[in-house]
Design a protein around this ligand. Structure first.
Ligand SMILES: Nc1ncnc2c1ncn2[C@@H]1O[C@H](COP(=O)(O)OP(=O)(O)OP(=O)(O)O)[C@@H](O)[C@H]1O
Ligand SMILES: O=C(O)[C@H](O)[C@@H](O)[C@H](O)[C@H](O)CO
Length: 178
């Protein structure tokens, strides 16, 4: 069911295989918002690196995050973005471009992530890189405007939890730096 669009900007985040694309797709539809697939904006060099089994560095991710920040800034009327957003400074880069930005954090164990990534043949992300995602991950749960959810719950339940949160909890206030 599609309800009235909610003017919110929301990032679905987490390690490879947590279900960002799946929840992004269904969540965007339920909220009546457009979907941006963050992986589509990786420079070709990043994709080649991941395909060849090399983890991205902060430098590799910097230009990609700048592009995603621009995309968020272009959509004040609301959007759902899928983006791993593994580190606090990556999230703050996106927040700086989109006041009130929310993050839905899909949590799962390394074993669960490995199993999901392993059952997606042909995908750009190899299972050998799953550990590096957990090494980079800085848990966002204590940050404002973050909803942490168990990534193993069925998609319809996750969609309901997100829709309820967006409709009932106010958007986080932006810290204004003097
Ligand atoms: N809640 C869920 N319950 C069961 N299976 C799921 C769920 N979410 C995702 N999956 C399955 O897990 C796999 C990974 O999901 P998905 O591609 O959405 O993850 P992702 O975080 O976008 O991954 P990546 O960032 O590596 O592209 C897919 O096969 C998908 O069908
Ligand atoms: O920050 C990163 O290391 C990347 O964004 C990865 O998370 C992948 O793009 C994605 O998950 C691949 O499937």
């Amino acid at each position: 069911m599609t309800l009235n669009p909610v003017p919110t900007r929301l990032v679905v985040m987490g390690v490879a295989g947590c279900g960002k694309s799946s929840l992004g797709q269904h969540g965007a539809r339920a909220l009546g918002l457009p979907l941006l697939e963050g992986d589509d904006f990786h420079p070709a060099a990043n994709v080649a690196k991941m395909r060849s089994g090399i983890a991205l560095s902060d430098d590799d991710r910097a230009a990609w995050l700048d592009t995603l920040a621009e995309q968020l800034a272009l959509r004040p009327e609301g959007v759902v973005l899928t983006c791993s957003s593994l580190k606090r400074r990556y999230r703050d880069r996106l927040r700086a471009a989109a006041p009130g930005l929310r993050f839905v954090f899909l949590q799962l164990t390394r074993e669960q992530a490995r199993e999901r990534v392993a059952t997606r043949p042909g995908h750009l992300f190899p299972v050998s890189l799953v550990d590096s995602q957990f090494e980079a991950l800085e848990d966002p749960s204590a940050e404002p405007g973050v909803l942490a959810l168990d990534a193993m719950r069925p998609i319809p339940e996750l969609v309901s939890a997100v829709a309820q949160w967006v409709r009932s909890a106010p958007a986080p206030r932006q810290e204004v730096k003097a």
